[in-house]
Design a protein around this ligand. Structure first.
Ligand SMILES: [Zn+2]
Length: 199
């Protein structure tokens, strides 16, 4: 009888992406890190909010605009409080808006450290499904992550992909980046490729 195991892996980002932009003080393009602080400005009833970045070398600041001249009544009071308190989860949310940051900077450094946490372990079956939870998008590729999860080389992953041993849900190419809740079912004689001790 064939049955399917689901094993969930969580990708936990360990740091926020740095950005590359010109520093007036260093007089060259440098790396900026997120300071973990918002700057909130209130002018009458109009609010401006930035997330502060600092040059790695001279600590010059760059303010990433989050809200510009928004009437205080139009901001959710809970969110407003989070900006005032430098709420970490809110900071991480904005620090991972990579597409927006890329437009305002020269580049965003996406090769950040992450931890892979396995949530459920089970034994060998004819099929195995890996579910990936990834809260923040930082351009991590599916084939790279699969190689890490299955503890095999990237070329082995590509060989298995050519042999149609992976079924992706949603059905995206294996060279795409990881999306939250992606499920990869490994079919066929996958235990010949993957060490069962891993699970
Ligand atoms: Zn600098």
């Amino acid at each position: 009888m064939s049955f399917n195991n689901i094993i969930t892996f969580k990708v936990i980002a360990q740091e926020k992406p740095n950005v590359i932009r010109n520093c007036r003080h260093c007089k060259r393009s440098t790396e900026y890190f997120c300071s973990d602080k918002f700057r909130v400005n209130a002018n009458q009833k109009m609010i401006d909010i930035w997330l502060i970045y600092k040059c790695l070398h001279c600590e010059s600041t760059w303010n990433y605009p989050i809200l510009s001249r928004v009437h205080v009544n139009r901001i959710d009071p809970i969110l407003h409080q989070k900006f005032m308190n430098n709420d970490q989860e809110t900071i991480w949310y904005y620090a991972f808006q990579i597409n927006k940051l890329r437009k305002l900077c020269d580049a965003v450094k996406k090769d950040i450290q992450y931890e892979l946490i396995k949530e459920k372990s089970n034994l060998i079956s004819s099929e195995m499904t890996v579910r990936i939870c990834c809260k923040y998008d930082f351009g991590l590729r599916i084939d790279k992550l699969l190689a890490e999860i299955l503890n095999i080389s990237r070329s082995k992953v590509n060989t298995m992909a050519k042999e149609k041993m992976f079924l992706l849900n949603p059905n995206v190419p294996i060279s795409d980046k990881v999306i939250d809740n992606l499920q990869v079912t490994v079919k066929g004689n996958w235990h010949e490729y993957v060490s069962p001790s891993l699970f």
